[in-house]
Design a protein around this ligand. Sequence first.
Ligand code: SF4
Length: 101
Amino acid sequence: MQKDRSTYTGLPRNEIDWFPRIDQEKCKPDECNFHCVTFCFFGVFSHKGNEVAEVSKPYECNVGDESCKFQCPLDAISFPAREELKEMLRKVRAKYQNKEA
Ligand code: SF4
């Protein structure tokens, strides 16, 4: 059975900006044959024409998972810092806790 990916620990996934960014200057699919596209199990990446990869389904990314970053041979993939992730989660949690109160 497929897991519901629309929430993360009860919070709306699409309000948590954790997903990869691609440095378009560094991305050279000729050298990797779009490795990130085939590596990501959740289809976060796709081909943009045939020139560079793009992040087409950012909110399908697993929160806190940056394994694809280490797969890119050209160091073109980056993620927010851990501290930024903590701050994002704190803000979204606070927003929904206040709604419940
Ligand atoms: S693995 Fe890196 S260089 Fe290759 S397509 Fe993805 S982002 Fe671009």
